[in-house]
Write a protein that binds this ligand. Structure first.
Ligand code: 5AD
Ligand code: SF4
Length: 439
């Protein structure tokens, strides 16, 4: 009988993609995927270190896995990704979690197969990425999946004062256009209908390499892949937004009208201290330019509250901009001090209680805005990529709009895997409800 692999993902979509790569590699070694951790012979955890809370949760979970390992001899635990890649982290992690068999940094994914085959504890953590263009270590095995994540650029050259990512994921390196296009073509041929182009800053695609092919060009090329219905992309840095990108989204039918544009803060003083390279007015102008070209465009965002030195007045500016722009969705975080970053040394660290209270107010405002956004869609017809039965009511189908709104409606098995036109009738804070209208 085949051994089973269970993949546990923490962090962003790039970490999720790492998990898919490890799954493909484990399958290449004869494992089959399971969704039950208790059945697994191999657990791979992909990790995140962007905030202390993520780190604590992951360490807690790895701790629990020591019991899982003891329950059956021969079980293998592998831990990979950003947390492992942090400077000096490996020694500290090994002391805290001696039961982990395989440690893999961010640049050593292709070593996973060897370590697995060797069948003895090991670690592969390199300080820097290998020279030359980045290569994916394994083709994805997305059988039966409608959506797949495709890396286009690794690393980050921005030095946002709060962020540990450039320290762990290294400098920006783009995948050659040919590789990206080959992968998307292959995915479309295997039945994938939606791809998400991934990078810490997709707008920097090809810049470090000095390529003529920029992100707007790549997006158009991917959007023309036969068999692909939808292309998404994340994340865009507001500073690097271009009219060419907005035009590509407006003109290519397969490109989803959705921009994930992390705002981070609404106060110019804080944006400067964060080293973001734009002002609130500039951000607002970008948002307006998007909506001028694409009135239905969703703009989603990330916001940090309690950056060092943030006053009540600064925070009020964040609230004002959040209200003004009406984000379709916002991921909101309390600032977390990360060692090695510029902001860790700044004076004026904001007390936890103050951060928590600001987060609470911002989340309450965003809940209102998300609902307002969804209400504005009532009466409209949205194309929904139908993924399967609804989790809360198996008699209904569920899927996502081009703007990632989860939408639930009646339908039959033949609708699954199609792009269904759905008339939106009702919404709540999480879900939209409607019915298929084909005419
Ligand atoms: N503290 C809190 N949030 C952070 N992010 C990045 N670094 C930190 C930090 N030190 C948030 C940013 C980023 C998202 C992925 O995580 O909002 O866009
Ligand atoms: Fe993703 Fe950043 Fe977390 Fe790494 S640290 S998993 S790049 S969010």
């Amino acid at each position: 009988m085949n051994k089973k692999v269970y993949i546990q993902i923490y962090g962003c979509q790039m970490s999720e993609r790492d998990g898919a790569t490890f799954r493909a590699m484990a399958e290449g070694c004869g494992y089959v995927t399971t969704t039950e951790r208790e059945d697994a012979d191999l657990v791979v955890v992909t990790t995140c270190c962007v905030r202390e809370s993520a780190e604590n949760r992951i360490m807690g979970n790895i701790g629990h896995l020591s019991r899982w390992k003891r329950q059956k001899p021969g079980r293998i635990l592998a831990v990979a990704g950003c947390l492992v890649q942090q400077e000096g982290a490996l020694e500290r992690l090994r002391r805290r979690a001696p039961h982990v068999d395989i440690w893999l940094g961010a640049f050593e994914q292709e070593r996973f197969t060897d370590l697995l085959r060797e069948g003895k504890p090991g670690a592969a953590v390199a300080a820097a990425p290998p020279a030359g263009p980045p290569v994916e270590p394994a083709p994805l095995a997305e059988r039966g999946k409608l959506s797949a994540n495709v890396n286009i650029i690794y690393g980050c050259d921005n030095h946002c004062a709060y962020c540990v990512v450039p320290l762990v994921r290294g400098p920006e390196r783009s995948r050659p256009p040919r590789d990206v296009l080959e992968e998307t073509r292959r995915l479309a041929d295997s039945g994938v209908r939606e791809v998400v182009l991934l990078g810490q800053n997709v707008n920097s695609y090809g810049k470090a390499e000095g390529w003529r092919e920029d992100f707007a060009w790549l997006l158009r090329e991917v959007a023309r892949t036969p068999g692909l219905w939808r292309v998404r992309f994340t994340t865009s840095h507001p500073r690097d937004m271009t009219d060419a990108l907005i035009a590509a989204a407006a003109e290519e039918p397969a490109v989803c009208p959705h921009f994930h544009l992390p705002l981070q803060a609404g106060s110019d003083r804080i944006l400067r201290a964060m080293n973001r390279g734009y002002t609130a007015a500039y951000y607002l102008e970008q948002a307006r330019a998007i909506r001028r070209a694409l009135p239905e465009a969703r703009i989603s965002t990330d916001i940090i509250v309690g950056f060092p030195g943030e006053t009540e007045e600064d925070f009020a500016a964040t609230m004002d901009l959040t209200r003004e722009i009406c984000f379709s969705q916002a991921f909101t975080f309390m600032y977390s001090r990360r060692s090695g970053t510029a902001a860790a040394a700044l004076p004026g660290q904001v007390p936890r209680e103050v951060k928590r209270e600001r987060l609470r107010r911002l989340m309450a405002l965003q809940a209102e805005m998300s609902l307002a956004w969804r209400r504005s869609l009532v009466g409209s017809r949205q194309e929904v990529l139908v993924t399967g039965p609804s989790k809360s009511d198996a008699a209904l189908l569920s899927g996502q709009t081009a703007g990632r709104e989860i939408t639930v409606f009646p339908g039959g098995p033949a609708d699954v895997g199609t792009l269904a036109p759905v008339l939106i009738k009702e919404v709540n804070s999480w879900t939209m409800f409607g019915e298929i209208t084909r005419n």
